[in-house]
Design a protein around this ligand. Structure first.
Ligand code: SAH
Ligand code: SF4
Ligand code: F3S
Length: 441
């Protein structure tokens, strides 16, 4: 039976992008269709993020916008999904705009919740699960290029980094059956995709024990996916410095189609702050892991996340973060000011005592240093030959193509008759701090 048209806005991390694709698959089975236009949708969902306060503020702004849509078009259904739904629960239903609230483990309930709404009620399901991985669901891909797909390999998180809301919004860690992961990788390859990114909050703690008692680790899962086809590139995120193993590093090194890139969030360069953050590694451990990665794969790209102005951070702590950035030389970094999240350990135990202007100044110092380092790292590629997986036309110039190198740098180059999904050899001619400008090799 033909049901309504569903429009979903997705915020937050790649896990949410993957989840939106699961939601479309669950609804498609029930007869709902997808639209990319809010104006023609019968059902409007926002898949939300709670990681920092500004992420939530953005959603409140969108809820205001949905209120107008509802006023203009009677009968439009509004739903809040994802991490903010899990965190704020029925409080989101106040105010009469939102009809449905569904947490990250409740997406199978969505058809039922929509039925309740059609009977004039509100629908809410924010139960977290110990075993839901949506393993049997083949997501409806929403990417634009048909080249690169996300595959969720686990859900939740068992760490308790003191600043982080994710364990509260996504629940306990659980791994997905590896056979369903490999099957999904084969399926997307058959559809023409040439790159998969395996997703989890802490991929190195992936672990699956099958009926015969054999355990599949993340290193073995990576190998299994890499063996789907040598023409399928494999990426993954996120690695936790405390857990990234020699096994993972050597599996990468022995499979040329596992991309030479590791996203390794450091958060701070100060051991005192790392301990307060409940990150279970030290600066020295982190630097040793970086050295081990670079020894095994000298060309491996490294990116990171960092938080400026965590509780009690001093100028000395901040200087240690700057010196770590100087020492490692990341290709790129996601840099944030600390944002206190209600209910987290840090919110309960430590005052948020670094003044906002100091947080901003420290963040700007990290950004300035990282911009210089990015330019250095990109400049070091000039003259090299790289293999790029074409993603599509470049944003600036439709005559040119863009795509990423194995070490995850964005490349632009003349199209030369190539198209999305092909591998193309290029020579790097020049660069900015975020793009390699190449010729066809
Ligand atoms: N699982 C990943 C991170 C997920 S959240 C990991 O462990 O690395 C993505 C990033 O958001 C984090 O790496 C951190 O840098 C940032 N972040 C998380 N909570 C934050 C907070 N309360 N304030 C500012 N940044 C935060
Ligand atoms: Fe949050 Fe830490 Fe888990 Fe990452 S590992 S999601 S930062 S609790
Ligand atoms: Fe945000 Fe939830 Fe991802 S809080 S970063 S959408 S896990």
């Amino acid at each position: 039976m033909q049901k309504g048209k569903v429009y979903i806005e997705t915020y937050g991390c790649q896990m949410n992008v993957a989840d939106t694709e699961v939601v479309f698959a669950i609804l498609a089975r029930e007869g709902y269709s997808r639209t990319v236009s809010m104006e023609e949708a019968d059902i409007i969902f926002a898949n939300t993020c709670s990681v920092r306060d500004n992420a939530e503020q953005r959603i409140w702004g969108r809820i205001e916008r949905f209120r107008q849509e509802k006023k203009a078009r009677k009968g439009v259904v509004i739903g809040i999904l994802g991490c903010m739904a899990e965190r704020l629960k029925d409080a989101l239903l106040d105010g009469g705009v939102v009809d449905i609230v569904a947490g990250p483990d409740a997406y199978r309930s969505l058809p039922g919740l929509l039925d309740e709404v059609s009977r004039g009620a509100q629908g809410i399901d924010v139960a977290l699960s110990r075993d839901e991985t949506y393993a049997d669901i083949m997501p409806v891909r929403t990417d634009r290029n048909g080249v690169s797909a996300f595959i969720s390999i686990m859900r939740g998180c068992n760490n308790v980094c003191s600043y982080c809301v994710v364990p509260y919004t996504r629940g306990a860690e659980r791994s997905r059956d590896p056979h369903t992961i490999v099957r999904e990788a084969c399926e997307v390859f058959r559809l023409g995709y040439r790159e998969v990114t395996l997703l989890g909050q802490n991929v190195d703690s992936y672990s699956w024990t099958d009926a015969s008692g054999r355990t599949v680790s993340f290193a073995s899962l990576l190998g299994m996916v890499a063996e789907v086809d040598p023409m399928l590139r494999v990426r993954f995120a996120t690695s936790n410095p405390q857990d990234i193993s020699d096994g993972v590093i050597s599996t990468m090194a022995s499979h040329p189609n596992i991309c030479r890139h590791i996203h390794l969030p450091v958060q701070s360069g100060s051991n005192r702050i790392l301990e307060k953050m409940r990150r279970r590694y030290t600066r020295e451990w982190y630097l040793e892991r970086v050295a081990a990665i670079r020894k095994a794969m000298p060309d491996c790209g490294l990116t990171t996340d960092v938080i400026a102005g965590f509780c009690s951070e001093t100028e000395e702590d901040h200087a240690l973060t700057l010196s770590l950035f100087e020492e490692v030389g990341f290709d790129w970094a996601f840099m944030f000011q600390y944002s206190e999240r209600p209910g987290t350990l840090a919110a309960r135990k430590y005052p948020d005592d670094v003044p906002p202007e100091v947080k901003t100044r420290r963040l700007n110092e990290i950004i300035a240093l990282q911009n210089r380092k990015s330019l250095e790292r990109y400049t070091a590629q000039v003259g090299r030959r790289l293999t790029v997986l074409v993603e599509g036309p470049s944003k600036r110039n439709p005559e040119e193509l863009c795509g990423r190198s194995s070490n995850n740098m964005m490349c632009v180059f003349p199209s030369g008759g190539h198209s999305a999904g092909e591998y193309v050899d290029v020579t790097v001619e020049s660069c900015t701090s975020a793009t390699l400008i190449c010729s066809l090799a």
